[in-house]
Design a protein around this ligand. Structure first.
Ligand code: NAI
Length: 302
């Protein structure tokens, strides 16, 4: 099976370097017309450059079609304008890869509230704004593929990245709800959790590992998750050629009798409440609530 993007129009945010550039190059190689969005800032989000234009030139030199866009994902109006310009130039829009990101790492003790806010703004609000700007169109045309980018920090935590972890966990939550709202309209929403050697990780991944974690190893997962064949509501990890799925699980729960619904009663049952031997993944928050009601009904029947 060949996975083609012929006839598709894609926006990749933060595609002026690193992972976004790798996605944009491969999308274009497979036939997509690509908007290379990037304001070209430094790793902490300050400054501007023509990074987007450079990637567009690379794509054009390889025979592909692309246009640069220097908008900031943090400005909703600019996202709306980017989408309008894309439609004007190419008539449609099928794929959005929310990839733009910055880092302001510090222990929480030393973290300025503004460093918290700006990181949440770029990753979480930026992805929500770009998605909001494409959402109605994707619903109307009954086709859309949206990819969010979380990180191991968002899923599992990492010292010194409270701002980043909070923003990245939020993106998984955004996916979990948007996939439900998009399902009827063939709008599929997935999340990627990459590990790659880019300027974001150059001081984290040691020399040899840096080579193993080439961004190109993440590309197969990213492109599959925005292809015609894409699943929906998947969270996929990708790094150095290893690919996996991540799930949010819960256990069956314990129904405490009314006289044990005290702090002491809860403490006495903590081992069972936190037991993971029968973990499962509810399909939605509604399903989780249904499960509680089911337990109450079963208990009422005795
Ligand atoms: P990168 O720093 O090379 O790429 C991020 C790009 O986003 C930069 O080109 C930057 O200019 C752009 N950008 C930043 N703020 C922007 C804004 N407001 N509007 C438009 N563009 C903006 O880093 P990398 O590694 O390629 O990161 C890509 C995504 O992958 C990020 O969301 C990052 O958090 C995520 N990620 C990366 C991991 C890795 O191991 N490299 C691990 C987990 C997640």
């Amino acid at each position: 099976m060949t996975i083609s993007f012929e006839g598709k129009v894609a926006i990749v945010t933060g595609a002026g370097g690193g992972l976004g550039r790798a996605y944009a190059l491969e999308l274009a190689k497979r036939g997509a017309k690509v908007v290379v969005n990037d304001l070209g800032g430094s790793r902490d989000g300050t400054g501007h450059s023509d990074a987007a234009l450079q990637v567009v030139e690379e794509i054009r030199a390889a025979g592909g079609e692309a246009m640069p866009n220097g908008a900031s994902v943090t400005e909703f109006d600019q996202m709306v304008e980017m989408v309008a310009k894309t439609r004007e130039a190419w008539g449609g829009l099928h794929v959005l890869v929310n990839n733009a990101g910055i880092l302001r790492d510090k222990s929480f003790t030393k973290m300025d509230p503004l460093d918290f806010e700006i990181v949440v703004r770029v990753h979480l609000l930026g992805s929500a704004y770009a998605t909001k700007a494409v959402w109605d169109l994707m619903r109307e045309q009954n086709y859309g593929r949206i990819l969010m980018t979380t990180s191991p920090t968002g899923m599992f935590g990492n010292f010194g990245q409270a701002n980043y972890g909070a923003a990245k966990a939020g993106l998984a939550g955004l996916t979990r709800t948007l996939y439900l709202e998009g399902a009827k309209y063939n709008v599929r929403v997935n999340t990627l959790m990459p590990v790659a050697a880019t300027r974001m990780t150059e001081d984290i991944l040691p020399g040899e590992a840096f080579k193993l974690f080439a961004p190109e190893n993440v590309v197969p997962a990213a492109l599959y998750l925005v292809s015609d064949e894409a699943p929906t509501n998947a969270i996929v990890g990708a790094g150095a050629g290893v690919y996996h799925s991540i799930w949010t699980t819960m256990n069956q729960g314990v129904l405490l009798p009314p006289d044990e619904r005290t702090v002491e009663g809860f403490a006495a049952h903590w081992a069972a409440i936190s037991d993971r031997s029968h973990d499962f993944t509810p399909g939605s928050g509604g399903e989780q609530a249904q499960m509680i009601i089911g337990m109450l009904q079963a208990a009422a029947k005795g």
